[in-house]
Design a protein around this ligand. Structure first.
Ligand SMILES: Cc1cc2nc3c(=O)[nH]c(=O)nc-3n(C[C@H](O)[C@H](O)[C@H](O)COP(=O)(O)O)c2cc1C
Length: 267
């Protein structure tokens, strides 16, 4: 029997579903024809690639975009480990996740800098924070360049053991030195199935604050989280967000321990 509570939940879900489907980035009319703005705001992660390859020339251009990303004091604290389909299979004994054509494992790299700037060893957390931030910028430069070339992509840190959550596994398979942290894998290819639905974004007023920090209203956050749950179901019909969060929590605890052992021990 349908109770008042379950009816209310259903109505909330329908509202969330509707809001997800109708969510669009706000672009002023004057900028609607601006191609770069459109590429950035309409970029979506691709979760199914077709069998087509991408050219070496395009792939190198994407890596070049990573090389020319900005970084703290130009320290370039990143390494990109690149793969064709064949190379991925050789190392991991399985296909690139989601049938990607190429993959780039993006690592935060403080190993290289430490060899020449010994002083940085005294601030491991700050060095890590800078390195992770910079590597993220390089990843995004590559992602957007791929979009400009008509190539779709997704960053993965979990699906297919591709990032930070499988820290030890990647360290071992990629022969990473200490101080090189695998963050995420940028999977690239031609879209077989590319969603135009954007997972629910927080409202601009929740994340952009004038002059000082303003705490969010809890009801706005719960409303967004409700949309996240509904959005998750749209992309993963056989799972739900709570199960995923529990799974992340377990994996994160393991990696947390490993990272503390490596980066916070007295040197
Ligand atoms: C660092 C990073 C890691 C991610 N890892 C995964 C992943 O393991 N599996 C997955 O399906 N999506 C992954 N994503 C994609 C996000 O879920 C996606 O970017 C987010 O839901 C927003 O959707 P959009 O990229 O289509 O705008 C990852 C994204 C980032 C930036």
């Amino acid at each position: 029997m349908l109770t008042a509570d379950s009816l209310l939940t259903m109505l909330k879900q329908i509202k969330s579903f509707f809001r997800i489907l109708t969510q669009k980035p706000h672009i002023p009319d004057r900028q609607k024809a601006n191609e770069m703005v459109s590429i950035i705001l309409h970029r979506r992660s691709c979760r199914k690639f077709n069998d087509e390859d991408i050219s070496d020339e395009d792939f190198h251009l994407i890596l070049e975009a990573g090389r020319f990303a900005p970084s703290t004091a130009n320290l370039q604290t990143w390494s990109f480990i690149t793969f064709t389909r064949h190379e991925w299979r050789e190392v991991f004994n399985r296909p690139i996740p989601l049938n990607g054509a190429r993959a780039v494992v993006i690592c935060a790299d403080i190993y290289r800098n430490k060899l020449v700037i010994k002083e940085f060893s005294h601030a491991p957390l700050v060095s890590c924070a800078f390195a992770i931030f910079n590597a993220g910028l390089a990843a995004m430069n590559m992602n957007i360049t791929a979009e400009c070339l008509g190539i779709k992509s997704i960053m993965l840190s979990d699906t297919g053991m591709t990032g930070l959550l499988d820290f030890s596994y990647l360290k071992e398979h990629l022969l990473l030195p200490v101080d090189v942290i695998p963050l995420t894998t940028l999977v690239l290819g031609r879209a077989h199935d590319s969603s135009s639905i954007s997972p629910p974004r927080l409202h601009i007023n929740t994340i952009a604050m004038k002059k000082n920090y303003q705490a969010s209203a809890p009801e706005d956050l719960f409303e967004w989280f409700e949309r996240m749950k509904v959005g998750f179901k749209l992309f993963h019909s056989f799972s739900d967000l709570s199960a995923k969060i529990y799974y992340y929590q377990e994996k994160m605890a393991g990696v947390e321990k490993e990272l503390k052992e490596i980066f916070l021990q007295d040197k």
